[in-house]
Design a protein around this ligand. Structure first.
Ligand code: NAD
Length: 351
């Protein structure tokens, strides 16, 4: 199993080092090769996604990414900025399915802004389509009307095969979880999502064990705050998923805990924490590495189909939290504050 390890910028190298440490402790046959991306890529090759890095990522079975970006690159021309490297690698690898779990460990229930009984034990998986919808649909643009005023246009567009392939990802994931899929749309108003709903219903015939339900996006936004534990897997288009996954991430209260995966058609994936490169705390050994470690667990589950080791890593994280270890972002009175590397060590010890 070949893994391209792309630490990136800011806290990227520190948090990725912890995830690599945990993967090594599993004693699997993993070939891990590092390469620069983002600002680090620009520094060594004048390109936020150097050719050699892209080749390594294409040849690998999975990519483990830290984060990219630093304020010092903000003045570079747009195509040289770190974020371009990230957008390009997602496109080059054809990663159309974005998986964002919102999972709250009981030990951290007080970190949420919602009441502990509403969020304690929360475990939702949001499956967001990543390469279509109103973000990419043509025609688009701002033009001048004959009347002399300007008009802005974007086009919400999905074809059947695009809906089917993201639907399939959601149903397959539900089969590995509690076998419930909630498809989120706005089928009462938007024809694109009326088709979305029809295709989901057709597809569900192939997954008789999975219970499919539908929800309008406005209600879904409300239900996520009112009673989030009713959801298992949510599947939705690009724009609704963008908004709902950020909303869901805040249910858990801490950005340093949230992993993510982006998959292609063959379950090859790029795994990265949901947060950015946090240049404000870089090189201070205070960043929370758990989102990255949990991203590595997702890699084991979704690309390498290794449920046993994925669960081992997740349980080790739980155990380290139960033992009271906390990085500064999740620290509360009465727990043990540790740095980034020590948190990685605590997870390895718990393994
Ligand atoms: P950010 O997520 O990097 O940081 C937001 C806040 O959360 C900061 O206070 C930071 O210290 C804290 N934080 C983030 N991750 C943490 C962790 N693991 N442990 C403890 N605290 C953590 O977002 P930002 O400040 O808006 O952006 C900083 C840089 O990151 C920018 O250059 C931005 O473009 C980039 N960025 C990259 C990605 C990515 O690589 N996927 C995503 C978002 C932002």
């Amino acid at each position: 199993m070949k893994i391209a390890v792309l630490p990136g910028d800011g806290i990227g190298p520190e948090i990725v080092a912890q995830a690599v440490k945990v993967l090594k402790a599993l004693n699997l046959h993993l070939e891990m090769t590092e390469a620069p991306i983002g600002g680090a890529g620009y520094e060594v090759a004048g390109d936020p996604l150097p050719e050699a890095t892209l080749k390594l990522a294409k040849d690998a079975d999975a990519v483990l990414l830290g984060a990219v970006g630093d304020w010092k690159y903000d003045k570079l021309e747009r195509h040289l900025r770190p974020e371009r490297g990230l957008l390009r690698i997602r496109k080059e690898l054809n990663l159309f399915a974005n998986l964002r779990p919102a999972l709250l460990y009981a030990e951290l229930a007080s970190a949420s802004t919602l009441k502990p009984d509403v969020v304690s034990g929360l475990d939702i998986m949001i499956v967001r389509e990543l390469t279509g919808d109103i973000y990419f649909g043509q025609p688009r643009g701002i033009s001048m009307l004959e009347s002399g005023e300007r008009e802005g246009v974007n086009t919400m567009r999905y074809n059947e095969s695009e809906i089917k392939r993201i639907g399939r990802v959601a149903f397959e994931i539900a089969m590995k979880r509690n076998k419930k899929v909630c498809s989120v749309d706005k089928a009462n108003v938007l024809e694109t999502t009326e088709l979305w709903r029809q295709v989901m219903i057709e597809l569900s015939a192939e997954y008789p064990e999975v219970e499919l339900s539908h929800m309008y996006v406005d209600n879904a936004a409300m239900q996520l705050i009112r009673a989030p534990k009713q959801f298992d897997v949510m599947v939705t288009g690009n724009i609704f998923g963008d908004i709902l996954s950020d909303e869901a991430s805040m249910l858990t209260g801490s950005i340093g805990m949230l992993p993510s995966a982006s998959l292609d058609q063959h379950n090859k994936g790029m795994y990265e924490p949901s947060h950015g490169s946090a240049p404000d705390i870089a090189r201070k050994d205070v960043a929370n590495p758990l989102a990255t470690i949990l991203s590595a667990a997702m890699m084991l589950r979704y690309t390498f189909n290794d449920e046993a080791n994925a669960s081992r890593v997740e349980n080790a994280v739980k155990k380290a939290l139960a033992q009271g270890f906390r990085t500064a972002d999740i620290w509360t009175e009465g727990t043990k504050k540790v740095g980034c590397a020590a948190m990685g060590d605590a997870v390895v010890a718990a393994l």
